[in-house]
Design a protein around this ligand. Structure first.
Ligand code: SF4
Ligand code: FES
Length: 247
């Protein structure tokens, strides 16, 4: 059996590269020192191609392709910044800004500046408004800031923790991250590892301590609300659901 790695040749923004077969366009561009913006992609999670911020133009291909998911194939000529690409990225940012609170998403804010996105272009768009969730001592959830990148769901599931406390619910505009049966977090399988908080790009998930400081709580109050003692006892009221309910 041969150990030779099969390779393909591509051209990215005029640079010729030889990469192992199966390399994504994003990784190949990175190797060439070319930056492609991403939102839903994270190197620790499985690329799902959700946000489309990373789209690139491939000569001879009708549609723009997500660089985080599309693989290089032999002879491809790829453009990471073309008029079509920039227009698509700009529109994605404008649509996001029309519905989501991006005030605590510095990386996305930087993209808005870079692509000259007009955050008021769809000013009449309906904004996502979800109840603020403060149901445990470790983190709060403000889904008005959620861009539905899936990263939290992925790290909670097969990409890291195998806990499966989070899921996606609803369709279209009503899509949202939640727990199974919308249970409060202490009633789920969550072990409060914090992986979801660490990987969230928009601060929709925030450590409770940080949030409490922002609320100007006095130190003794912060200690109280962030203590594990603040966790209610797990109380199973409906065994068929496998969770618990607040009494
Ligand atoms: S809560 Fe954060 S990590 Fe989870 S989907 Fe929303 S933006 Fe992404
Ligand atoms: S970063 Fe590639 S689709 Fe989101």
């Amino acid at each position: 059996m041969s150990d030779t790695v099969e390779t393909v040749k591509v051209t990215i923004d005029g640079q010729e590269l030889t990469v192992p077969k199966g390399t994504t366009i994003l990784d190949a561009a990175h190797e060439a020192g070319i930056h492609i913006p991403t939102i839903c992609y994270h190197r620790a999670t499985t690329p799902e191609g959700i946000c489309r911020m990373c789209v690139v133009e491939i000569e001879g291909w009708r549609q723009l392709q997500p660089a985080c998911k599309a693989q290089c194939s032999d002879g491809m000529t790829i453009h990471t910044r073309s008029e079509r690409v920039d227009r698509a990225r700009k529109t994605i940012l404008e649509l996001l800004a029309s519905t989501v609170d991006l005030s605590e998403a510095p990386e996305i804010q930087a993209m808005i500046s870079e692509y000259g996105a007009d955050v008021n272009r769809f000013a009449d768009g309906e904004r996502r408004q979800r109840p603020f969730l403060d149901d445990n001592p470790f983190y709060v959830r403000d889904y008005d800031k959620c861009v539905l990148c899936w990263r939290c769901i992925q790290v909670c599931a097969e990409d890291a923790q195998f806990i499966f406390a989070l899921t996606l619910s609803g369709r279209g505009f009503e899509s949202r991250v939640t727990t199974f049966y919308d249970e409060p977090m202490p009633c789920t399988t969550c072990v409060f590892c914090g992986q979801c908080v660490g990987i969230c790009p928009t601060n929709a998930l925030k450590p409770k301590v940080e949030w409490a400081v922002e609320q100007n709580m006095p130190p003794e109050k912060i200690r109280e609300v962030t203590s594990a003692q603040a966790l209610p006892p797990r109380k199973r009221t409906d065994p068929t659901r496998g969770g618990c309910r607040w009494s």
